[in-house]
Write a protein that binds this ligand. Sequence first.
Ligand code: FAD
Length: 459
Amino acid sequence: MVQAARLPPILPVENPTEPFWRTELHQLDELRTTPKLPQRSDIVIIGAGYSGISLAYHLYKQLSHSDQAEPAITVLEARQICSGATGRNGGHLRPDLYGNIPKYIERHGIEAGAEVASFEIAHIKALKELVAEENIDCDLNLTRCMNVYLNEADGEKAKQTYELLVAQGLEYTPDIHYTPQKYAEKISGVKGAKACISYTAGTLWPYKLILGLLSKIASSSMVNVQTSTPVTSVTTQDGFHFVHTPRGSITASKVVYATNAYTSGLLPQYSANIVPCRGICCHITVPDGKDAPFLPYTYLIRSAEGNGQSYMITRPDGSVIVGGAQHTFEHDREHWYKVTDDSTLIEPAKNYYDDYMQRTFRGWDESGAYVKEIWTGIMGYAYDSAPHVGEVPDQPGKYVCAGYDGHGMPVIFLATKGLADMILHGHTFEDTGLPRVYKSTSERLKRAADGPEGGDIFG
Ligand SMILES: Cc1cc2nc3c(=O)[nH]c(=O)nc-3n(C[C@H](O)[C@H](O)[C@H](O)COP(=O)(O)OP(=O)(O)OC[C@H]3O[C@@H](n4cnc5c(N)ncnc54)[C@H](O)[C@@H]3O)c2cc1C
């Protein structure tokens, strides 16, 4: 028996805050390829953010031209294209060499950690090539990210991590540069910097990248995209999946959950693994007629109190996107933990960035810099800090690509390429060469379900 559709507990809210990235909407923003849902589709992808659209793009590229009546790929999106985390993030394409890599090395060994580092770094070249090949105007820029420490103890810890990574002789360490306190403030431009470390990173306009990719595939009869179509449940019978929405159901051979923070709404077994957590981000600019002081880098700035950090990019027009400020609200979980409401700001953080540039950077005191847009977004924090990619354990024909721990930009494009290989060619996860720590396994699901609440999320 096919079960009736039910409303899941976790769906994106209907009236989200407006991020800067969605102030120039693309004509495909509310795309419905056909007035009605197709009845059948080989592959249904749920979610039209970076994961869903990037996967659709890779599948499309790998499928030979098809004349079949039903679409090969259908993408269902609860709101508009790129209205989730991808359209509300920091625009920072930053291989996370200092956050999770040392953690992965400690837990899974040097090879596993190095695999992730190389994979994340590979995104810089891959996205540069993609943007050039597809001629997508998304403000892509390559630069260096400065990790800046305003607290001596944090600076010392960063130095030790740097030395540890260098001692491992990893391929990427020559790109990392450490600056001690003597020059840290002058090199970084950050007042009171006690140490800084820089490495290659990129910036881009995520919404324009995703809409640019969609525009390459949207006119093909192989692809059907339906916005404002929340999936309320998926049922399975005789090897087929039935994807239910308020507009009707679609029968599919394969279903992909590209639902990031919302994944456990449809796959409850992920509820301890991928936890929706709310973050805040804003766009700061200077008044008309003024020039923003030049900032050559992107940043990750740890506060002087050592209890919080902000990530920041400089846009090509000199304005900045900055977010974080968790230390202002993390003590009260109601503001962020298991929160899926991105229609309101986070009260304790909403004024934190008002004079951030003046407080933080040399040369900005008289800039008049002010917060022009501020918004919230929902991240999928992972219990063990690694995304879940691949087949949903024990559920043939279902795949997941989600749980990026607030860090999907240097992960998703190549992760979905590997996933496309699995879906179309039956490759195993191991065949794809994806980092081993990304594989979604029943052991990971069990560890999170049996472990203390929150896992890595709380520390
Ligand atoms: C404030 C903030 C700042 C960030 N900054 C950075 C950064 O600077 N660098 C970085 O690397 N990462 C950053 N991230 C994380 C990054 O944005 C995410 O890892 C990435 O965008 C995830 O892409 P996604 O497509 O998996 O998820 P999303 O973009 O959230 O897409 C999932 C889509 O699924 C849809 N959906 C969910 N449930 C359903 C359903 N039942 N039916 C239909 N549709 C559904 C949603 O509406 C959504 O559009 C940030 C995130 C936030 C929130």
